[in-house]
Design a protein around this ligand. Structure first.
Ligand SMILES: Cc1ncc(COP(=O)(O)O)c(C=O)c1O
Length: 324
């Protein structure tokens, strides 16, 4: 049989199962957001992962690390505190591999999140919504203490989390841009994305690359991100690897989530709007070069919040302590 040649290669590869297909996401130039012709802004589209977020990479790394350590034995349940994406990614992989998973998350998350977790067969334990992700962490720690039927991968303190980016996402970006990365912008949640990229980029490029964290203002939560001023600094974070930390408001996160959609047709979650806003600010301070930022997840889980359809001011006034 003669097959005509493909016009648009690469296609993304051929894999043994969906877990193996995690990663190798596209890098898309956002020309309409660039403030200057010589500065190119690139979105690393982690929303293209199987469950729609960057956390597929982390969940796979956490589970492979547990397998290597022999921590997932018969009768053991994986237990993880997570406000969403990591739980959904762990649930997908646990289902595929036949592992039991329990996630602890705030009780004010949206229906979509609960449904996605249940769809993949995870058990959910709710922590008090007003205590946010810190409350979920505390509850999971209490459950796991002294109970060896639980194994807690604990993404906040597990080097497998940043290593997923050090050995994956960061290498893909370097490869696509032939090592020409001048600024890298990501959000700060567990810190895994920033730490893994910062380590790899600093090793490969030294000080020519600027590593920038987008951090929500204290008391103004942006879904998926945390303020270090809230009193918990995840153990995997080494602040000395960050060149800059720039605050972003919840309103700006919403406005820029809408700009991504309206100007570039990128349907992303709210933290990606916050990160895009900082990426454009960094781009405006440069004369030339490549700015790479992370699109952490797609928008499906946030639809019911009205973030894409309500007037911006109405969205900005929504109770941002509710986990969309
Ligand atoms: C939507 C979203 N954005 C950003 C982040 C931050 O990533 P990291 O945990 O690697 O700091 C997360 C992590 O929880 C997330 O779920």
């Amino acid at each position: 049989m003669s097959v005509p040649p493909l016009q648009n290669k690469p296609c993304g590869g051929r894999y043994s199962d969906v877990v193996a297909a995690i990663g190798n996401t596209p890098l898309i130039e956002l020309k309409r957001l660039s403030p200057k012709p010589g500065v190119r802004i690139w979105a690393k589209m982690e929303s293209f992962n199987p469950t729609g977020s960057i956390k597929d990479r982390v969940a796979r790394a956490l589970i492979e690390d547990a397998e290597e350590k022999g921590a997932i034995r018969p009768g053991v349940t994986i237990l993880e505190p997570t406000s969403g994406n990591t739980g959904i990614a762990l649930a997908m992989i646990a289902k595929r591999k036949g592992y039991k998973l329990k996630v602890v998350m705030p009780d004010n998350v949206t229906q979509e999140r609960t449904q996605l977790l249940k769809m993949y067969g995870a058990e959910i334990v709710y922590s008090p919504g007003n205590l946010g992700s810190n409350g979920a962490v505390a509850m999971a720690e209490e459950m796991a203490a002294g109970d060896d039927s639980y194994y807690m991968p604990y993404q906040y303190g597990n080097p497998a989390n940043p290593n997923a980016h050090y050995n994956g996402t960061a290498l893909e970006i370097l490869d696509e841009l032939d090592g020409q990365v001048d600024a890298f912008v990501a959000g700060l949640g567990t810190g895994g994305t920033l730490m893994g990229h910062a380590r790899r980029f600093k090793e490969e490029l030294g000080d020519r690359v600027t590593i920038v964290a987008a951090e929500p203002m204290q008391g103004e939560p942006v879904q998926g991100l945390r303020s270090l001023d809230d009193g918990y600094i995840p153990p995997i974070i080494d602040l000395s690897l960050l060149d800059r930390k720039i605050f972003v408001t919840n309103r700006d996160a919403v406005v820029w989530t809408r700009k991504l959609l309206d100007e570039e047709s990128i349907f992303a979650g709210v933290s990606s709007g916050a990160i895009a806003r900082i990426a454009v600010r960094i781009a405006s301070e440069m004369d030339e070069g490549n700015v790479v930022f992370i699109v952490c997840d797609d928008g499906w889980k946030y639809l019911s919040s009205g973030v894409y359809t309500l007037p911006v001011d109405e969205v900005a006034n929504l109770d941002s302590t509710v986990w969309w």
